[in-house]
Design a protein around this ligand. Structure first.
Ligand SMILES: [Zn+2]
Length: 249
């Protein structure tokens, strides 16, 4: 069957529409030229041409593209992301705005770009996109602030190799440990002291109550932390009696 719109028509439409769409969609503001979007426009125009029996006019194609421009902007954002070239601030904002899912998944790469540009506000929005669409873990990284610390204590976003001490300080571990211990049965507190470590995800767990799935970190207890737990067991108030005491919330 002969197509009403020929391949040459599609190419001519692609090139003319690319020229017009760059300023129409403000893509010049993110440093794009008609050539940069040609591949995307070509695939839109050729599928429009295939879906109709009459010849595709430029006006009809333009109308159709503008009616579904969010899809086009998303494709452009994904293209910018996949080029893996140094990004400008405007391009980063564009990607985060129009391809949030892809930006969330690509947060490690985009974080490096935003950091190079000193764009703290963009880093903040990347953190929430990472939590929503990326691969967040329960523990926040002290260096980049993304929830991306894995059980081997590396950060999958900024690549930092962390120490247990750094993670503990960042999250206020001593206090969290004590608050947890006050709620637990004394036998479980004894278990933590004897084991010398706890398991950490969104909260602190004695080893026997370690979560069965998801990311969890093994965090060793310092001498001081064990001492605090011991004094809680020996002298401190019992879990059922301490409600209302200062410091017990
Ligand atoms: Zn990090």
């Amino acid at each position: 069957m002969r197509r009403a719109t020929t391949e040459d028509d599609v190419k001519a439409l692609t090139s003319s529409l690319s020229e017009k769409l760059v300023p129409a969609l403000g893509l010049d503001l993110v440093g794009l030229k008609p050539d940069d979007i040609k591949d995307i426009i070509y695939s839109i125009v050729s599928s429009l041409a295939e879906s109709r029996s009459s010849k595709l006019t430029e006006e009809a194609a333009m109308k159709r593209i503008m009616a579904t421009k969010d899809g086009l902007l998303k494709a452009v954002a994904a293209m910018l992301l996949s080029r893996e070239r140094p990004l400008t601030r405007e391009q980063l904002e564009f990607i985060a705005a129009y391809a949030p899912e892809a930006a969330g998944r690509a947060a490690p790469y985009l974080y490096q770009q935003a950091k190079r540009l000193g764009a703290d506000d963009i880093i903040a929005s990347l953190r929430s996109l990472w939590s929503q669409y990326g691969r967040p873990t329960p523990v926040e990284c002290p260096r980049c602030g993304f929830r991306a610390v894995t059980p081997d204590l590396t950060c999958t976003v900024c690549g930092a190799q962390l120490s247990e001490g750094e993670i503990k300080r960042h999250m206020g571990f001593s206090r969290l440990l004590l608050e947890t211990a006050k709620r637990l049965h004394p036998r479980l507190v004894e278990e933590m002291i004897a084991a010398g470590y706890v398991v950490l995800n969104h909260e602190v767990h004695p080893p026997s109550l370690a979560p069965k799935s998801g990311y969890a970190l093994t965090i060793h207890l310092s001498r001081d932390e064990k001492e605090t737990l011991r004094s809680l067991l020996s002298g401190g108030p019992r879990p059922d009696q301490d409600a209302g005491l200062p410091g017990s919330r």
